[in-house]
Design a protein around this ligand. Structure first.
Ligand code: B12
Ligand code: SF4
Ligand code: SF4
Length: 410
């Protein structure tokens, strides 16, 4: 009988809960098996899973390289509604997302891999960074770990063109593939949650030629809970498992270039990169405590040495020197500074007024808008706002500056 997904216990810490989990697995062994899928080469499932755990992954499963029809339909509907915002690569790659064989021709199986990044919140001078981005860029550490597995794949007879890996920014529906590989259940927050490890999981995968039998899904579901839907400050979670990325703080602070939409600036609160609210509130996150942090997940030194004002005024040279190798680079220097300006406004940091006034002269419209908005939010009287209004040509920023002036008078 095929094994359930493999999970690595934390020595000396998880013994009791791990045994409890093992008994959950025994229950799940009684559940009907997922369909078997066949090709020419049978894959040594146990060997692959062991090697993946050895390589430092915390959870691993095998499943079919296919996206079920309902998930394909949801994706189409999601794209049609424009929920992907300006992430146009998702729409241009729709056919690849629906069919992993367009990513790796003749792919039959997926080895799904996860890393647990549970850790305390990442605070920078009173602002917050999504926990996944606290340490070194996880894409790099995933790739390093995967390289070790490639050697094994070659040893078991797979040629270079018979496997292909992916992490995050690839045209694969990683959560659907992971679900099919028994890695957890799809939650109302849209995330993939493992009933024992919880929601702090980063995913990657290797698509493979070869026959495998799907790992059994662990039991678990959101049940009647709606905590994440209720807690989302922007209403981005429009229903169970439905997310309108355009309203999500993670999208606006990481993916979106230019100004943050006005109605989302106050709800952004003190987030300067990503958002963890829908994970933090989740009972599955609470059950699990935090894992000891590995070197790669340790807080990056730049998060210690920078405060918000220093980030706001970070030069191109500092950006390249101090932030290379972090996930935070994804937001770009202008984006991070724009996010900081908004957070400073929300945090009522009046000491930031001179730096925000200087930011009104920045070439980046997103940052200028954020700075104008933050000054207005704090109702600060400032000659710099009037001066900026005289020279500003961007209509949106003019509107923000006028609002700031009105607010400073009220
Ligand atoms: C684009 C993207 C985003 C976008 C859009 C997120 C989204 N929910 O679609 C933005 C920028 C907002 C984002 C935010 C975050 N992301 Co992101 N993101 C991605 C990316 C690149 C693609 C996701 C995608 O294809 N979305 C399109 C939708 C349609 O796809 P889907 O969610 O799989 O859709 C399925 C469900 O809707 C499901 N479904 C259908 N009906 C129903 C009904 C119910 C009840 C349920 C539960 C599900 C369900 O079927 C659909 C089709 O498969 C993936 C990496 C990848 N290549 O997969 C990472 C990924 C999903 N992100 C990840 C993370 C960690 C985050 C953040 C936590 C980061 C942060 N702290 O700021 C937040 C979480 C926000 C949230 N609640 O989802 C992880 C999630 C890991 C996990 N355990 O689930 C991934 C897998 C990256 C990785 N390699 O680890 N992300
Ligand atoms: S990441 Fe934040 S904004 Fe996005 S859905 Fe979750 S709680 Fe809402
Ligand atoms: S908070 Fe509740 S509804 Fe949301 S993902 Fe967690 S268990 Fe599911």
């Amino acid at each position: 009988m095929e094994e359930p997904n493999s999970i690595k216990p934390i020595p000396g810490k998880d013994t009791d809960s791990f045994h409890k989990f093992q008994s959950l697995i025994s229950e799940s062994l009684l559940r009907p098996k997922m369909a078997k899928f066949k090709t020419m080469k049978p894959l040594p499932a146990s060997l692959l899973k062991e090697a993946a755990l050895e390589a430092g992954f915390d959870l691993v499963g095998l499943g079919p390289a296919l996206i079920p029809r309902p998930a394909q339909e949801t994706l189409r509907h999601w794209l049609k509604k424009g929920c992907h915002g300006k992430m146009t690569w998702l729409a241009t790659n729709r056919e690849v997302l629906e069919s992993p064989q367009k990513f790796l021709p003749n792919a039959m199986s997926v080895l799904s891999l996860a890393k647990d990044y549970g850790m305390p919140p990442t605070l920078v001078d009173g602002a917050q960074v999504a926990r996944y981005a606290a340490g070194k860029d996880y894409h790099r550490s995933f790739k390093k770990r995967m390289k070790g597995l490639f050697d094994l794949l070659q040893k078991i007879g797979l040629k270079r063109e018979e496997y292909r890996s992916g992490v995050d920014a690839v045209p694969l529906l990683e959560r659907s593939l992971a679900e099919g590989a028994g890695m957890g259940f799809r939650a109302k927050s849209t995330g993939l949650i493992h009933p024992y490890l919880g929601p702090w999981l980063l995913l990657g995968e290797i698509l493979l030629h070869g026959e495998a039998e799907a790992s059994l899904p662990p039991p678990g579901s959101c049940g009647t809970c709606t905590a994440c839907l209720d807690a989302c400050p922007t209403g981005a979670l429009t229903g169970p498992g439905e997310l309108d990325a355009r309203r999500c703080i993670s999208y606006t602070t990481i993916e979106l270039r230019g100004p943050i939409p006005p109605q989302l600036r106050t709800p952004q609160g003190n987030w300067i990169f990503g958002c963890d609210i829908c994970i933090e509130i989740c009972p599955f996150a609470k059950k699990r405590g935090t894992r000891p942090r590995e070197p790669d997940l340790q807080r990056h030194p730049s998060l210690e040495s920078y405060d918000l004002l220093k980030i706001l005024e970070c030069t191109e040279e500092q950006w390249n020197r101090d932030w290379t190798g972090t996930s935070i680079r994804r937001a770009k220097r202008e984006g991070l500074r724009r996010n900081v300006a908004i957070a400073l406004g929300n945090l009522h940091r009046e000491d930031a007024a001179p730096a925000l006034e200087r930011a009104l002269k920045d070439p980046d419209p997103g940052l200028r808008t954020g700075a104008a908005w933050a000054l207005g939010k704090m109702k600060l009287k400032s000659k710099a706002i009037e001066e900026a209004l005289h020279r500003e040509e961007d209509a949106q920023i003019q509107a923000d500056l006028i609002l700031s002036l009105e607010q400073s008078k009220s």
